[in-house]
Design a protein around this ligand. Structure first.
Ligand SMILES: [Zn+2]
Length: 538
């Protein structure tokens, strides 16, 4: 058994600090008695008896996980542990224990009392403990879900004295209700009244996660996150696939736990961020972790089963830690939206989750201020989905709302994505050469699909000069741009009876011609307004 290096954190009062954020995702520091966990973090599930633990805990730590989760109920019932859990497991990192709720989910009931298992977790020195909640199964009726909500909250209150006394453990209160979102939000509200819990968990979407029904999980996380104060970390039980991680983190999940790395390995399944492969279907390993660098799929197939499982489990852990790090880096750069856009194309269920997240863009909006320091990085415009990037959405909204109306003439000039800033572009210089008094007679705006319209005065502001974009745009983004232009035009028509719209287009910018054509047909339908449109090719 290894010697323990116990690092006690002196001040446990502030247990969670948010260091950085993007969308609703954040990088945080969760302080525990056995060190600080940087979130988002995933606790690998460890076999409490250690007999079936194919990846040694030292190895798990070396791969990059300084925290693990195991099952307190099984420790008590089958192992009979009564001493310190860190000594027993020989692990000096952060240990979270689950209470047996997963067994309730599987078997319906277990033979232990809530108070007994909570006291037990405190006694053995768990850094993070969970009350014995009643998980909402995915297939239950509304009434059954309601019962799990009420009973879990009753149990949370039942152990309040232990939770308050046992301060060395951070306590988790699972919020039940499942996919019944009204129940979930009611449970979240009442859970927040029990402020002595350090962490709130979303229970128990395990089945949905196994089936990659990510879009339904998006609804659940959104519901809980809209209610729980942002200072509280959120745990999502059972989220353990690299495909899932970026989406749940973007919505504000800080902690996850999963046995998937080993369950998949036992089934000869190999995780990648694009999905899961059967080992036998792989000719090459698309990974350069130590396992994949050393062995080929064929080597692994020829290994004895237990060795193969260990190697696959190790690889799966490497993939998970890599995904966590990539997501954190995206948060640091303020490019989490772009990261999701990219990941959405990796798997149909990722795309469904992404489509659902777009519905909740206001939540992400709220958490993505444009004033944040990381916006020095250029924003990427990849497709029509980039419209929902909160940084773009906010900027184009502001740009319309802050339009200063001085003239009854609007000049619209293409914002050339490869020639920035727009007011110094060759195209704009050509327009000014041919129209010397344009800036005096017209209010000048630049236009580009996805980015919208921006006045020449604001065109230097983020992100109108700090972006990298594709050069072709589809019809949806042309249509979307025209609607924005009309919104701008309508503001002018409230002040002037007649306005002039001078649209500049260029042969070299095919989308500018499409925008002008569509604008003509749209303006035509606004027949009661006097808008004089002039299209000028430059
Ligand atoms: Zn690998």
């Amino acid at each position: 058994m290894s010697t323990l290096r116990v690092s006690v954190v002196g001040d446990l009062k502030i247990v969670f600090e948010i260091r950085d954020s993007d969308l609703a995702g954040r990088i945080g520091r969760l302080k525990t008695r056995h060190g600080v966990l940087e979130t988002p973090f995933l606790f690998p599930v460890v076999d409490p008896s250690l007999r079936k633990q194919v990846v040694p805990l030292d190895k798990i730590r070396d791969i990059g996980f300084n925290g693990i989760i195991t099952n307190a109920y099984l420790l008590k019932k089958h192992v009979g542990l009564e001493s310190n859990i860190h000594q027993y497991l020989g692990f000096d990192g952060v240990i979270m224990t689950d209470s047996g709720a997963y067994q309730i989910l599987q078997y319906g009931t277990i033979d232990i009392e809530n108070r007994a298992i909570v006291e037990y977790q405190c006694r053995i020195g768990s850094d993070i403990g969970v009350i014995l909640d009643i998980p909402t199964r995915h297939d239950v009726t509304y009434e059954e879900a309601l019962t799990s909500v009420e009973e879990t909250l009753r149990r949370a209150e039942e152990v309040i004295d232990i939770v308050e006394e046992c301060k060395s453990t951070l306590w988790v209160l699972p919020i039940q209700g499942g996919t019944y979102l009204d129940l979930l939000s009611r449970a979240a509200r009442r859970a927040c009244d029990l402020g002595m819990y350090s962490i709130y968990a979303i229970g128990s979407p395990t089945t949905l996660l196994e089936r990659f029904e990510l879009d339904r999980i998006v609804d659940m996380i959104y519901t809980v996150k809209s209610i729980v104060p942002s200072a509280k970390p959120i745990h999502l039980f059972g989220a353990g696939h690299p495909l899932v991680i970026p989406f749940v983190v973007a919505l504000g999940v800080d902690l996850m736990d999963s046995a998937s790395y080993i369950l998949y390995a036992r089934d000869d399944r190999y995780m990648t961020w694009r999905g899961t492969y059967k080992l036998e279907d792989l000719e090459y390993f698309p990974c350069n972790c130590p396992v994949c660098s050393r062995y080929s799929p064929k080597d692994l197939m020829e290994m004895p089963k237990h060795e193969r499982v260990a190697k696959l489990a190790e690889h799966n852990l490497y993939v998970l830690i890599k995904e966590l790090r990539s997501v954190k880096q995206a948060i640091r750069e303020g490019r989490l939206w772009e990261y999701l856009e990219e990941r959405a194309h990796s798997h149909p269920s990722a795309m469904r989750a992404f489509q659902k997240i777009k519905k909740y863009v206001e939540l992400l909006y709220k958490h993505s201020p444009l004033s944040k320091s990381n916006i020095t990085r250029a924003v990427y415009i990849l497709s029509m989905d980039s419209v929902y990037n909160p940084k773009i959405m906010l900027a184009r909204r502001r740009s319309i709302d802050r339009a200063v109306i001085k003239n009854k003439c609007i000049a619209l000039i293409p914002l050339v994505p490869w020639d920035k800033p727009a007011y110094e572009s060759q195209l704009y210089k050509r327009v000014l050469t041919c129209n010397r008094d344009l800036e005096n007679r017209c209010d000048v705006y630049f236009y580009m699909p996805i980015l919208g319209v921006v006045s020449v005065y604001l065109s230097e502001r983020y992100p109108f000069s700090q972006f990298e974009s594709v050069y072709d745009f589809d019809d949806r983004s042309i249509e979307d741009l025209c609607l924005l232009i009309i919104e701008l035009v309508l503001r002018y028509t409230t002040l002037y009876d007649t306005i002039k719209l001078r649209m500049f287009i260029s042969e070299g910018i095919p989308w500018s011609i499409k925008v002008a054509k569509l604008m003509l047909s749209k303006i035509y339908t606004l027949s009661d307004l006097k808008i004089d449109v002039e299209i000028e090719s430059i």
